[in-house]
Design a protein around this ligand. Structure first.
Ligand SMILES: NC(=O)c1ccc[n+]([C@@H]2O[C@H](COP(=O)([O-])OP(=O)(O)OC[C@H]3O[C@@H](n4cnc5c(N)ncnc54)[C@H](OP(=O)(O)O)[C@@H]3O)[C@@H](O)[C@H]2O)c1
Length: 303
């Protein structure tokens, strides 16, 4: 495959690029900063990679067999009104650009598949409801972001297979929520964040990347697909398991205010959760390497 990727320099993108490169596929990194991308993907280690700044995206998308769209300003930050605007605008801007570039490509050089990221924030938050791909959207800020983000991706011409991956909280060592949570958790001797009663719909980074790889190759992967593990947990359980694998007892609750002080409104992704099941991935027969959170955490902590 020849795969063009936006957000390739991020937490998920870096692992995806690595996996594609290992599989001898050609990768085109579509970035805002070529300098930064060149540091992350040195040519000696990644000889088959093309690194393209924004003016070169068009030439890269033309002739690619697939596009993966992961770009967006991180949400685990303090949310000023400007930040909130950019969280939404960055996603709609890049997705629109990618879709326009694909649609503007002649049929013989057009990618046949677009995998576009979105998030389980689409469903809103709840302690009692269970969400799958058929569930309606929520009515908070993040659900609105996801709706407009997905709407832009849906603008791709119908001959291009579109898979929208509604991603859960991705667990990995080198980024995402867990990397932020671990030092915090250690500082408070471990314990649930906030009430601990909220749902935590997580996925191991390797499983998410495998899901994207499968979606690239398998024509049955189309439409909305939740990118979450089959066994979401309450945050209390997640913290207990984290305590077990880090050898720390989980007994002191981490106060909401401390997490909010660090993450601002971005803390909502951990403090107000949702239970999201990967119905579609399971129907498609996708095999999760890490269906249980303890195994996922153990694999990550032992790295
Ligand atoms: N990690 C998770 O737990 C999680 C959960 C749900 C959904 N997602 C979604 O999945 C996607 C990838 O996640 P990630 O954790 O890998 O993200 P990430 O590490 O924050 O990387 C995202 C990439 O987006 C680009 N970017 C950052 N700010 C931007 C801006 N203002 N305008 C345009 N592009 C910008 C950057 O690439 P360049 O600098 O190379 O352009 C960056 O490397 C994101 O859209 C995220 O919302 C992630």
């Amino acid at each position: 495959m020849i795969v063009s990727i936006t957000g390739a320099t991020g937490f998920i993108g870096r692992r995806l690029v690595q996996k594609l490169a290992e599989g001898d596929h050609e990768v085109r990194v579509l970035t805002r900063s070529k300098e930064n991308a060149k540091l992350l993907f040195p040519v000696e280690k990644f000889p088959k990679i093309t690194i393209a700044g924004e003016f070169e995206w068009k030439d890269c998308i033309q002739g690619s067999t697939a596009v993966v769209n992961l770009a967006g300003m991180p949400i685990s930050t303090r949310w000023s009104s400007e930040v909130k605007k950019e969280i939404k605008d960055s996603r709609t801007r890049v997705t629109s650009k990618v879709v326009d570039l694909i649609n503007g490509t002649s049929y013989d050089t057009r990618p046949s598949v677009l995998i576009s990221a979105t998030a389980i924030g689409y469903y809103g938050t709840s302690e009692t409801k269970v969400f799958d791909e058929r569930s309606p959207s929520g009515n908070d800020y993040l659900s609105e972001v996801c709706r407009v983000w997905e709407a832009k991706a849906l603008g791709v011409d119908k001959d291009v297979r579109l898979a929208l991956i509604r991603i859960g909280v991705v667990l990995g060592k080198e980024g995402g929520a867990l990397a932020k949570m671990i030092p915090f958790f250690m500082m408070f001797a471990g314990g649930p964040l906030g009430s601990g009663n909220q749902w935590f719909s997580w996925i191991h980074l390797d499983d998410l990347v495998n899901l994207i790889l499968e979606a690239l190759k398998n024509p049955s992967y189309k439409g909305v697909i939740n990118g979450t593990a089959p066994n979401p947990v309450k945050l209390t359980e997640m913290c207990e398991k984290l305590g077990e694998v880090t050898g720390r007892p989980s007994w002191l609750p981490v106060p909401d205010f401390a997490l909010k002080a660090m993450l601002g409104e971005g803390a909502t992704i951990v403090l107000d959760g949702q239970k999201v099941l990967p119905l579609k991935a399971q129907e498609l027969g996708f095999s999760f390497k890490y269906p249980y959170v303890r195994d996922a955490l153990k694999a990550i902590i032992s790295l």
